[in-house]
Ligand binder design. Sequence first.
Ligand code: NAD
Length: 242
Amino acid sequence: ADRLKGKRAVITAAAAGIGRACAIAFAREGATVIATDINEAGIAGLTKEGIAEVAKLDVRNTADVNAFAKRVGKIDILLNAAGFVHHGTILECSEEDFDFSFDLNVKSIHRTIKAFLPEMLAGGGGSIVNISSCAALRPPANRYVYSSSKAAVSLLTRAVALDFITKGIRCNSICPGTVETPSMLDRAAAQGPQGKEMFVSRQKMGRLGTADEIASMAVYLGSDESAFTTGVDLVVDGGYML
Ligand code: NAD
Protein backbone atom coordinates (compact mmCIF):
# COMPACT_ATOMS: atom_id res chain seq x y z
CA ALA A 1 0.00 0.00 0.00
CA ASP A 2 3.04 2.27 -0.05
CA ARG A 3 4.03 2.18 -3.71
CA LEU A 4 3.85 5.99 -3.99
CA LYS A 5 4.95 6.85 -0.46
CA GLY A 6 6.72 10.21 -0.21
CA LYS A 7 5.52 11.35 -3.64
CA ARG A 8 3.49 14.46 -4.34
CA ALA A 9 1.06 14.19 -7.22
CA VAL A 10 -1.15 16.58 -9.19
CA ILE A 11 -4.06 15.14 -11.16
CA THR A 12 -6.25 17.01 -13.65
CA ALA A 13 -9.89 16.11 -14.34
CA ALA A 14 -10.16 14.25 -11.05
CA ALA A 15 -13.90 14.79 -10.51
CA ALA A 16 -15.01 11.78 -12.55
CA GLY A 17 -13.99 8.61 -14.29
CA ILE A 18 -10.32 7.78 -14.86
CA GLY A 19 -8.89 10.92 -13.21
CA ARG A 20 -10.94 10.32 -10.08
CA ALA A 21 -9.95 6.64 -9.89
CA CYS A 22 -6.28 7.63 -10.30
CA ALA A 23 -6.53 10.22 -7.51
CA ILE A 24 -8.01 7.67 -5.11
CA ALA A 25 -5.54 4.93 -6.11
CA PHE A 26 -2.56 7.31 -5.73
CA ALA A 27 -3.72 8.33 -2.24
CA ARG A 28 -4.25 4.69 -1.27
CA GLU A 29 -0.62 4.01 -2.30
CA GLY A 30 0.64 6.73 0.01
CA ALA A 31 1.00 9.72 -2.31
CA THR A 32 0.11 13.25 -1.26
CA VAL A 33 -2.50 14.00 -3.91
CA ILE A 34 -3.70 17.37 -5.14
CA ALA A 35 -6.83 16.59 -7.15
CA THR A 36 -8.06 19.23 -9.58
CA ASP A 37 -11.00 19.70 -11.92
CA ILE A 38 -13.05 22.49 -13.45
CA ASN A 39 -16.04 20.97 -11.60
CA GLU A 40 -15.52 22.08 -8.01
CA ALA A 41 -18.52 20.19 -6.64
CA GLY A 42 -17.21 17.00 -8.23
CA ILE A 43 -13.90 17.08 -6.38
CA ALA A 44 -15.20 18.41 -3.06
CA GLY A 45 -15.87 14.95 -1.61
CA LEU A 46 -12.43 13.58 -2.48
CA THR A 47 -10.81 14.66 0.79
CA LYS A 48 -12.90 11.90 2.41
CA GLU A 49 -11.08 9.42 0.14
CA GLY A 50 -7.67 10.36 1.50
CA ILE A 51 -6.86 13.06 -1.05
CA ALA A 52 -4.73 15.74 0.63
CA GLU A 53 -6.08 18.74 -1.27
CA VAL A 54 -8.65 19.58 -3.91
CA ALA A 55 -8.43 22.64 -6.12
CA LYS A 56 -10.51 24.08 -8.93
CA LEU A 57 -8.44 24.19 -12.10
CA ASP A 58 -9.50 24.84 -15.69
CA VAL A 59 -6.72 23.30 -17.78
CA ARG A 60 -7.79 25.46 -20.74
CA ASN A 61 -6.71 28.60 -18.89
CA THR A 62 -2.96 29.20 -19.18
CA ALA A 63 -2.84 31.92 -16.50
CA ASP A 64 -4.71 29.70 -14.03
CA VAL A 65 -2.45 26.71 -14.73
CA ASN A 66 0.68 28.84 -14.27
CA ALA A 67 -0.59 30.37 -11.01
CA PHE A 68 -1.58 26.94 -9.72
CA ALA A 69 1.83 25.44 -10.53
CA LYS A 70 3.59 28.36 -8.87
CA ARG A 71 1.57 27.86 -5.70
CA VAL A 72 2.02 24.07 -5.63
CA GLY A 73 5.74 24.05 -6.41
CA LYS A 74 7.64 20.79 -6.71
CA ILE A 75 5.74 17.62 -7.50
CA ASP A 76 6.88 14.09 -8.30
CA ILE A 77 3.94 12.98 -10.46
CA LEU A 78 1.81 14.92 -12.93
CA LEU A 79 -1.18 13.01 -14.29
CA ASN A 80 -3.11 14.66 -17.13
CA ALA A 81 -6.60 13.18 -17.51
CA ALA A 82 -8.66 16.00 -19.00
CA GLY A 83 -10.15 15.18 -22.37
CA PHE A 84 -13.28 15.36 -24.50
CA VAL A 85 -14.69 12.94 -27.07
CA HIS A 86 -16.22 14.63 -30.10
CA HIS A 87 -18.63 12.41 -32.04
CA GLY A 88 -18.45 12.46 -35.81
CA THR A 89 -16.41 12.47 -38.98
CA ILE A 90 -14.51 15.41 -40.41
CA LEU A 91 -17.81 16.57 -41.96
CA GLU A 92 -19.41 17.01 -38.52
CA CYS A 93 -16.33 18.69 -37.06
CA SER A 94 -16.56 22.48 -37.22
CA GLU A 95 -13.53 24.67 -36.85
CA GLU A 96 -14.73 25.45 -33.31
CA ASP A 97 -15.05 21.71 -32.54
CA PHE A 98 -11.55 21.11 -33.84
CA ASP A 99 -10.04 23.93 -31.79
CA PHE A 100 -11.92 22.89 -28.65
CA SER A 101 -10.73 19.26 -28.85
CA PHE A 102 -7.12 20.19 -29.52
CA ASP A 103 -7.17 22.81 -26.79
CA LEU A 104 -8.66 20.54 -24.11
CA ASN A 105 -7.02 17.27 -25.15
CA VAL A 106 -3.56 18.45 -26.26
CA LYS A 107 -2.75 22.04 -25.36
CA SER A 108 -3.92 21.51 -21.76
CA ILE A 109 -1.08 18.99 -21.42
CA HIS A 110 1.35 21.44 -23.00
CA ARG A 111 0.25 23.96 -20.36
CA THR A 112 0.56 21.73 -17.31
CA ILE A 113 3.89 20.16 -18.31
CA LYS A 114 5.38 23.54 -19.20
CA ALA A 115 4.24 24.93 -15.85
CA PHE A 116 5.39 22.04 -13.63
CA LEU A 117 8.51 20.81 -15.45
CA PRO A 118 11.00 23.47 -14.29
CA GLU A 119 10.43 22.61 -10.61
CA MET A 120 10.46 18.89 -11.38
CA LEU A 121 13.82 19.32 -13.11
CA ALA A 122 15.18 21.43 -10.25
CA GLY A 123 14.05 18.74 -7.81
CA GLY A 124 15.84 15.97 -9.69
CA GLY A 125 13.03 14.49 -11.76
CA GLY A 126 9.55 13.10 -11.83
CA SER A 127 7.00 11.06 -13.72
CA ILE A 128 4.46 12.54 -16.14
CA VAL A 129 1.51 10.36 -17.10
CA ASN A 130 -0.81 11.44 -19.91
CA ILE A 131 -4.14 9.77 -20.54
CA SER A 132 -4.18 9.23 -24.29
CA SER A 133 -6.44 6.60 -25.89
CA CYS A 134 -6.38 3.55 -28.12
CA ALA A 135 -8.06 5.90 -30.58
CA ALA A 136 -4.59 7.48 -30.95
CA LEU A 137 -3.30 4.19 -32.33
CA ARG A 138 -6.29 2.96 -34.36
CA PRO A 139 -9.25 5.31 -34.88
CA PRO A 140 -12.73 3.96 -34.21
CA ALA A 141 -15.56 5.21 -36.47
CA ASN A 142 -16.81 8.74 -35.86
CA ARG A 143 -13.83 9.75 -33.75
CA TYR A 144 -12.09 11.99 -36.28
CA VAL A 145 -10.87 14.86 -34.11
CA TYR A 146 -10.68 12.77 -30.94
CA SER A 147 -8.31 10.28 -32.60
CA SER A 148 -6.24 13.07 -34.17
CA SER A 149 -5.89 14.93 -30.90
CA LYS A 150 -5.01 11.81 -28.90
CA ALA A 151 -2.36 10.89 -31.50
CA ALA A 152 -0.87 14.30 -30.76
CA VAL A 153 -0.92 13.49 -27.04
CA SER A 154 1.02 10.28 -27.65
CA LEU A 155 3.70 12.03 -29.73
CA LEU A 156 3.87 15.02 -27.37
CA THR A 157 4.55 12.42 -24.68
CA ARG A 158 7.46 10.90 -26.62
CA ALA A 159 8.95 14.28 -27.48
CA VAL A 160 8.99 15.33 -23.82
CA ALA A 161 10.36 11.94 -22.80
CA LEU A 162 13.24 12.23 -25.27
CA ASP A 163 14.18 15.81 -24.47
CA PHE A 164 14.45 15.17 -20.71
CA ILE A 165 15.48 11.52 -20.63
CA THR A 166 18.82 12.21 -18.94
CA LYS A 167 17.32 14.71 -16.49
CA GLY A 168 15.31 12.29 -14.36
CA ILE A 169 12.02 13.00 -16.11
CA ARG A 170 9.90 10.16 -17.42
CA CYS A 171 6.87 10.82 -19.59
CA ASN A 172 4.49 8.07 -20.66
CA SER A 173 0.96 7.79 -21.90
CA ILE A 174 -1.77 5.28 -21.15
CA CYS A 175 -4.01 4.22 -24.02
CA PRO A 176 -7.27 2.92 -22.56
CA GLY A 177 -9.84 1.03 -24.56
CA THR A 178 -13.50 1.72 -23.79
CA VAL A 179 -13.85 2.43 -20.07
CA GLU A 180 -17.12 2.75 -18.18
CA THR A 181 -17.16 6.38 -16.95
CA PRO A 182 -19.93 9.02 -16.69
CA SER A 183 -19.13 10.61 -20.05
CA MET A 184 -18.76 7.23 -21.79
CA LEU A 185 -22.23 6.19 -20.56
CA ASP A 186 -23.64 9.51 -21.84
CA ARG A 187 -22.07 8.86 -25.25
CA ALA A 188 -23.58 5.37 -25.30
CA ALA A 189 -27.03 6.66 -24.30
CA ALA A 190 -26.87 9.25 -27.08
CA GLN A 191 -26.58 6.38 -29.58
CA GLY A 192 -29.94 4.89 -28.50
CA PRO A 193 -30.87 1.71 -26.61
CA GLN A 194 -28.18 -0.38 -28.33
CA GLY A 195 -25.51 2.21 -27.58
CA LYS A 196 -23.82 0.45 -24.70
CA GLU A 197 -23.69 -2.87 -26.55
CA MET A 198 -22.11 -1.12 -29.51
CA PHE A 199 -19.35 0.16 -27.25
CA VAL A 200 -18.92 -3.26 -25.60
CA SER A 201 -18.62 -4.86 -29.04
CA ARG A 202 -15.43 -2.84 -29.69
CA GLN A 203 -13.84 -4.67 -26.77
CA LYS A 204 -12.78 -8.17 -27.80
CA MET A 205 -12.83 -9.19 -24.14
CA GLY A 206 -16.58 -8.65 -24.30
CA ARG A 207 -16.79 -6.05 -21.57
CA LEU A 208 -15.97 -2.44 -20.80
CA GLY A 209 -12.94 -1.58 -18.73
CA THR A 210 -13.16 -0.02 -15.28
CA ALA A 211 -11.52 3.24 -14.28
CA ASP A 212 -9.69 1.28 -11.55
CA GLU A 213 -8.05 -0.89 -14.22
CA ILE A 214 -6.60 2.26 -15.78
CA ALA A 215 -5.60 3.62 -12.37
CA SER A 216 -3.55 0.44 -11.74
CA MET A 217 -1.39 1.28 -14.75
CA ALA A 218 -1.14 4.90 -13.62
CA VAL A 219 0.13 3.81 -10.19
CA TYR A 220 2.78 1.68 -11.92
CA LEU A 221 3.88 4.56 -14.17
CA GLY A 222 3.91 7.03 -11.29
CA SER A 223 5.96 4.73 -9.09
CA ASP A 224 9.65 3.86 -9.26
CA GLU A 225 8.67 0.32 -10.34
CA SER A 226 8.56 1.73 -13.89
CA ALA A 227 11.92 3.53 -13.59
CA PHE A 228 13.20 2.07 -16.91
CA THR A 229 10.05 3.00 -18.84
CA THR A 230 9.69 6.29 -20.68
CA GLY A 231 8.22 7.60 -23.92
CA VAL A 232 5.78 4.77 -24.47
CA ASP A 233 2.06 4.24 -24.96
CA LEU A 234 0.92 1.60 -22.49
CA VAL A 235 -2.20 -0.05 -23.85
CA VAL A 236 -4.91 -1.15 -21.39
CA ASP A 237 -7.74 -2.02 -23.74
CA GLY A 238 -9.50 -5.35 -23.23
CA GLY A 239 -8.26 -6.41 -26.65
CA TYR A 240 -9.47 -3.40 -28.63
CA MET A 241 -6.16 -3.34 -30.54
CA LEU A 242 -6.15 -7.08 -31.35
P1 NAD B 1 -15.11 11.91 -18.01
O1 NAD B 1 -15.17 12.34 -19.43
O2 NAD B 1 -16.26 11.17 -17.45
O3 NAD B 1 -14.79 13.17 -17.09
C1 NAD B 1 -13.96 14.18 -17.58
C2 NAD B 1 -13.61 15.15 -16.47
O4 NAD B 1 -12.88 16.24 -17.07
C3 NAD B 1 -14.83 15.78 -15.78
O5 NAD B 1 -14.70 15.65 -14.37
C4 NAD B 1 -14.77 17.23 -16.24
O6 NAD B 1 -15.28 18.14 -15.27
C5 NAD B 1 -13.28 17.42 -16.46
N1 NAD B 1 -12.98 18.57 -17.31
C6 NAD B 1 -13.60 18.94 -18.46
N2 NAD B 1 -13.09 20.09 -18.93
C7 NAD B 1 -12.11 20.45 -18.06
C8 NAD B 1 -11.23 21.56 -18.00
N3 NAD B 1 -11.25 22.52 -18.94
N4 NAD B 1 -10.34 21.62 -16.97
C9 NAD B 1 -10.33 20.66 -16.02
N5 NAD B 1 -11.14 19.59 -16.02
C10 NAD B 1 -12.03 19.49 -17.03
O7 NAD B 1 -13.78 11.08 -17.76
P2 NAD B 1 -13.18 9.81 -18.51
O8 NAD B 1 -14.17 9.20 -19.45
O9 NAD B 1 -12.59 8.99 -17.44
O10 NAD B 1 -12.02 10.44 -19.41
C11 NAD B 1 -10.79 10.85 -18.82
C12 NAD B 1 -9.69 10.79 -19.87
O11 NAD B 1 -9.56 9.47 -20.33
C13 NAD B 1 -9.95 11.67 -21.08
O12 NAD B 1 -8.74 12.25 -21.51
C14 NAD B 1 -10.46 10.68 -22.10
O13 NAD B 1 -10.22 11.10 -23.42
C15 NAD B 1 -9.60 9.47 -21.74
N6 NAD B 1 -10.14 8.19 -22.22
C16 NAD B 1 -11.38 7.78 -21.82
C17 NAD B 1 -11.87 6.57 -22.30
C18 NAD B 1 -13.24 6.07 -21.92
O14 NAD B 1 -13.71 5.13 -22.54
N7 NAD B 1 -13.88 6.61 -20.91
C19 NAD B 1 -11.10 5.79 -23.18
C20 NAD B 1 -9.84 6.25 -23.55
C21 NAD B 1 -9.37 7.45 -23.06
